[in-house]
Ligand binder design. Structure first.
Ligand SMILES: *Cc1c(COP(=O)(O)O)cnc(C)c1O
Length: 361
């Protein structure tokens, strides 16, 4: 290699212009920034997992089709036999597979703004044009603007998170259906927060041939395993399977996820605990005079607060890590996002925030 060779000469300019997805260090912190489930698994289930892990044939490549795991998912999530399943190393990887598969030279990937940042980032990774349609002030869909954008850009695929991240709200279902109907391409409903939402488009899969549904186990308690799935008609799943790397789901993920899926009651109970803490935390934030709280159907709460940056830093100094969204999008000016933790973590967050706002700290 000539030693004068610089990355700028080789790497695509849009990659050079990116800042890598930032994961802040969290050792010793109360970690309320990444929508993780704060609860461990019961010790008996941990024991079973230890046994499964000990005898896993890690000298062999994993089952490339992961058929037993898919069967367990089908049962646990009540997925109709008419629909196929594609597995991803996290649903992030599924977004990437879809984007790669549709990336014709003029193709457009559309989402809303603010939304999950990986939609835009992955569009850039795979060299497909990204169009982000702004939400309204209250983070609802702007149907008129959205339909006009669909007509103008004819997106190959639209990603909508339901509930939306980072705002936490569910979009109006009738509006979403009209978007699906108006779209000449695929519409992927990303239900990463389904465990906390009491709402889904799963029952609509049969009615809309261009609809795909994405889920993940990350937010319900298995973020470290990395397992996401896409549910849809076999005609689509078959094509997307072609861009899936053959062994993308590790043997540990396959075996442990399957084990945990036989105890879905555990995860469901934890989700209920998180939902009831969400109610308490929303109510608390609502009592603070300067805070505007947004309704959430996810395991996090978005709120707007004066001097958001300072509050974020002050919490961080006190070992409480949340997410600062101020400056990431005009609609998120002054916004912070807190993930629901354990009751103890939430109390510490609320007390510290209260103290900061009443300046007793
Ligand atoms: C967290 C999140 C994902 C990614 O989840 P993984 O399965 O862990 O990759 C996808 N979509 C949305 C909206 C998310 O918030």
């Amino acid at each position: 290699m000539p030693n004068s060779l610089q990355p700028e000469q080789i790497i695509r300019p849009e990659i050079l212009a990116l800042t890598a997805y930032h994961v802040p260090p969290a050792a010793g912190m109360i970690k309320l920034d990444a929508m993780e489930n704060p609860y461990p698994l019961p010790s008996e289930l941990q024991e079973e997992i230890a046994q499964v892990a000990a005898s896993a044939p890690i000298n062999r490549y994993p089952d490339a089709s992961a058929a037993p795991l898919k069967a367990s998912l089908r049962k646990a999530l009540a997925i109709s036999s008419e629909m196929d399943i594609l597995l991803g190393n996290g649903s992030d990887e599924i977004i990437q597979m879809i984007a790669m598969a549709v990336a014709k030279p003029d193709a457009v990937l559309m989402s809303v703004e603010p939304a999950f940042v990986m939609f835009r980032m992955i569009a850039t990774f795979v060299n497909i044009q990204y169009v982000g349609v702004p939400l309204q002030q209250d983070f609802s869909l702007d149907e008129e603007v959205m339909l006009a954008a669909i007509e103008k850009h004819r997106p190959a695929v639209i990603f909508l998170a339901y509930p939306n991240n980072p705002t936490g709200n569910l979009f109006d279902a009738a509006t979403v259906l009209r978007i699906i109907e108006a779209s000449a391409g695929l519409v992927v409903i990303d239900e990463a927060y389904n465990a906390f939402a009491d709402a889904s488009f799963k029952d609509k899969l049969n009615d809309y041939p261009n609809l795909l549904l994405m889920r993940t186990l990350s937010k319900s308690g298995l973020a470290g395993l990395r397992l996401g799935l896409l549910i849809g008609r076999s005609a689509w799943i078959k094509q997307l399977e072609k861009v899936r790397l053959p062994y993308n789901i590790s043997i540990m993920t396959q075996l442990i996820a399957e084990k945990v899926l036989h105890h879905t009651g555990v995860l469901a109970e934890q989700a209920e605990a998180i939902k009831s803490e969400r109610t308490k935390m929303s109510a608390f934030l609502g009592t603070m005079p300067d805070i505007e709280v947004y309704p959430s159907k996810a395991n996090f709460i978005l709120f707007r607060i004066p001097a958001a940056g300072e509050i974020f830093q002050a919490l961080k100094q006190r070992k409480i890590l949340i997410k600062n969204l101020d400056g990431t999008h005009p609609l998120l000016k002054g916004c912070l996002r807190v993930t629901i933790g354990t009751p103890d973590e939430n109390t510490q967050f609320c007390n510290t925030l209260h103290a900061l706002l009443t300046e007793t700290v």
